[in-house]
Design a protein around this ligand. Structure first.
Ligand code: R5P
Length: 310
């Protein structure tokens, strides 16, 4: 069974890098668009292959999701033996439970769509919650970019720093970074006041005289990072905050918002195609992580040291 990487349109550069890492070339799918907005992706020959379709569901989320579902179906119909959806950034993962009556569980709906379209398995990187796997009826390989970001953080001095979780959901993530870097942890409790603003309300841990390293799974509008950085400084932390986050959506005014904070470093990965609007951005690629994982899955080898268990 040959290994085949198929690139959707959401992050072809990452797909090319991943394919190069496994010693191949990404198959670029053709993508036709009909006048009414329908998408029609087309794949090449892959009969009998072990296929990995790489498509993060980045904005425009619904377009990229639909393209992914159609690609999975196309791969199945083209005679592939096994199809894995590689979704480094999984949109809708934040909808893993109902936070008020009348809502849907979006993560479950999207996972069901991918399974129904033909995915045998899903690979994700740092999904929003550990509970993500439970929303999927097919096997999920949950990878983490922690080691990729920690390696980059270690390029510069981190002694005297404190790893900060900007909300309660990020505590486990912060603990992983802190354990690897040998640093203490602090936690900020936040409440969201709207889709684009949050309030940092309480601090647990000692940040006085320390440089914060704020870690999060994603930066969307930048509201969480802005509120946390300012809150930490008002509580005695050193300025020149460092931020490390896996998924850099950087929507709306996020680039200007982050630019104004005077951050010392802003480390993200390329699960989402990197923005050119923020000179401070340091992009750490997850291509090697994904190539390693895909190579091992293809050879039926364990992934335990790459995976995230909580
Ligand atoms: C939320 O719980 C997530 O972990 C992130 O903190 C959040 O999605 C970031 O969004 P924003 O940048 O809009 O504050």
């Amino acid at each position: 069974m040959s290994l085949c990487i198929v690139a959707g349109s959401a992050n072809p550069n990452l797909a090319e890098a991943v394919a190069a890492g496994v010693g191949g070339v990404a198959m670029r799918s053709g993508l036709e668009r009909f006048p009414d907005g329908e998408l029609c992706p087309v794949v090449g020959p892959m009969r009998g292959d072990d296929v990995y379709v790489l498509q993060p569901t980045t904005p425009p989320v619904n377009e990229h999701l639909m393209e992914l579902a159609l690609l999975l179906d196309a791969c199945r119909r083209a005679g592939s033996t096994r199809v894995t959806a590689v979704v480094p950034y999984f949109g809708y993962a934040r909808q893993d439970r109902r936070s008020r009556p009348g809502q849907a569980i979006g993560a479950r709906v999207v996972a069901d769509i991918l399974a129904a379209a033909g995915a045998d398995r899903i690979i994700v990187v740092d999904p929003h919650t550990p509970g993500f796997e439970a929303t999927c009826s097919i096997p999920v390989e949950v990878l983490t970019a922690t080691s990729v970001l920690v390696t980059a953080l270690r390029n510069r001095e981190t002694s005297g720093s404190v790893v900060v979780a900007p909300d309660l959901g990020a505590v486990k993530l912060a603990e992983r970074f802190a354990a690897t870097l040998g640093l203490p942890v602090a936690v900020v409790r936040k409440s969201r006041t709207s889709g684009t603003s949050v309030r940092a309300e309480e601090l647990v841990g000692d940040v006085v005289g320390r440089r914060p390293i704020i870690v999060d799974d994603m930066i969307s509008t930048g509201a969480t990072i802005e509120a946390t950085a300012r809150f930490l400084e008002s509580h005695g932390a050193l300025p020149q905050t460092v931020v490390a986050a896996t998924h850099a959506l950087l929507l709306e005014a996020a680039p200007e918002r982050l630019d104004q904070l005077g951050l010392a470093r802003l480390l993200v990965t390329d699960t989402v195609p990197p923005s050119n609007d923020l000179p401070i951005l340091e992009v750490c690629s997850v291509a090697a992580l994904l190539s390693d994982a895909i190579g091992r899955l293809h050879r039926e080898e364990p992934l335990d040291d790459l995976a995230r268990f909580e």
